[in-house]
Design a protein around this ligand. Sequence first.
Ligand code: ZN
Length: 323
Amino acid sequence: MGRAIGVWAAEHIAVGVVHDGRLTGPLRTYPEDPRDASVLQSMPSEEIAELISQQIAAIAEGESAAAVGIGFPGIVIDGVVEESPNLPQVKGYRLAETVAAALSGLGRKAPVLAINDAEAIAAGIASTRGYLDRLVRVWTLGDGIGFGRYPRAEGVWEGGHSVVSLDPKERYCGCGGHGHLEGIMGSRAMRLRFLDLEPDEIFGQAKTGESRCTEFVHFWHRALAAASATSIHMDGAGKFFVGGPNARFLDVALLNQYVGEMVKMSPLQGYVFEVFHSSDEIGVIGAAVSAEQELGEFDEQESLRTETRRAGRTSPQPGPRGG
Ligand SMILES: [Zn+2]
């Protein structure tokens, strides 16, 4: 593998140069103090793309990059942010194309891939753990619930909005949908449900045996078990990594107990849950590795596709590519 640039743009922006699946130096972050989180929230979409491009140009230091990968929150299809619940201003924004054009303007022509942030995490884990040959799934637990899958497959994969309850009163999800995983596990949803308690207090009081909190903590684990069980029934057994700020509340033994009640077929028993520590590095590496894999493949097949089109046959469009 060659030299690629990875961008992690969730809450703040982190950029790194990745060679052979490893960072070649320290990350560049914006803002420099990571405590100034959610800087993207109030930023117009044009500024986000401009800022990302400037960070890429600054870290590239005049050298070329084979590809640029961007991990971004929301539904990202063919380089377009179709929906990003926490960043409404970017809905419909052509992120990959705009960053590629901005880079070109800065004299740094490179193909750009934009993917969902949890997908970037899944690729980052696969790359750093040596799991590039197998299925890796990731849950990220925060205000929203992210789901990432490596290898990336076509589709929407909004696993955080899996329906895990048929109770019509379950309507705390930020997207407005009823019975969603995020409506039970997300921080925002937990605050709406309890009103008087923060997530930390809910899990703290459950430890002391407070009945409402204890009941909810079991429900919280059953919800993740249900969504994971559905994924196992659709996509097979394998490894699930659970990260994000609220992964600290996870009791893996309790989760396994509930998944065990939900998954009974013997070929599906080889599932494993592991808590991982989320970091900008994993997202940056995953975005870069994904871009290299998908845009590198494009280069090899480009001439073939061109010939196919010339012959008058339609061929599926490859991923986004700027430059
Ligand atoms: Zn939802």
